[in-house]
Design a protein around this ligand. Sequence first.
Ligand code: NAD
Length: 248
Amino acid sequence: MGKLDGRVVIVTGAARGQGEQEARLFREEGAEVVVADVLDEQGHGLAKEIGALYVHLDVGREEEWGAAVDAVVEAYGRVDGLVNNAGILRFNTLLDTPLDEFMQIVKVNQAGCFLGIKAVAPRMSDGGTIVNTASYTGVTGMAYVGAYAATKHAIVGLTRVAALELADRGIRVNAMCPGAIDTAMSNPDAAPDGATDALYRKLVPLGRIGRPEEVARLALFLTADDSSYITGQPFVIDGGWLAGVSIV
Ligand code: NAD
């Protein structure tokens, strides 16, 4: 018996990184998985390997959400879960951030999440689940990622409101707030292990960067019945980074 037997779950941004691990784990746990991304080649490849459906979906485009949900319902007859995982990160000081760059991040991270809830919830089975991917920077500040942090704080707010508005249908909505996780986003140039290890040994109480598989297990918990009485909450998964600082 898998924890997601009989359920149909869409994971956005699932071609690589955390979304890929969520797609793999959900499939192992018995779900029909929909891999949605703009990286068509990687997304198709993963879907073929794990026996999932691939749909091209730019999460910032409302019309693409409509077509994606149509394709899911046509393939499986239902949708029970959504993991809003797709996201982008840009480094800049607030004062140097052009409005276009700010709005691009808002469109993917924040509007992408909003559009996902708006497109999927009306067609989702009662008792379904939505997991939004916020961030450590959705609950505290971080210099040089102002636009990103603004969208991640917004996702925590969206999560709470969606939880309130969808509770009467038994649809639960929660958010994940990962700290530093070892994916292409946090380590785009694939810096040698030594440099990354030293940084996170210093910053993170547990002394290491997180693994995308660890975030996938939190997404599974929030999607499965194990979390049946939990809704409207942000869950920090950061190796203790947010707990505070050490002076020694
Ligand atoms: P990643 O860059 O490996 O994966 C992001 C995925 O989103 C990619 O497959 C990408 O193609 C997809 N994507 C980007 N724009 C898209 C769009 N418009 N429509 C559809 N798909 C799109 O990074 P990741 O670390 O796996 O990130 C996953 C989520 O976790 C993101 O929301 C990110 O902000 C969040 N997050 C990451 C970290 C970290 O340290 N890696 C920490 C906190 C939160």
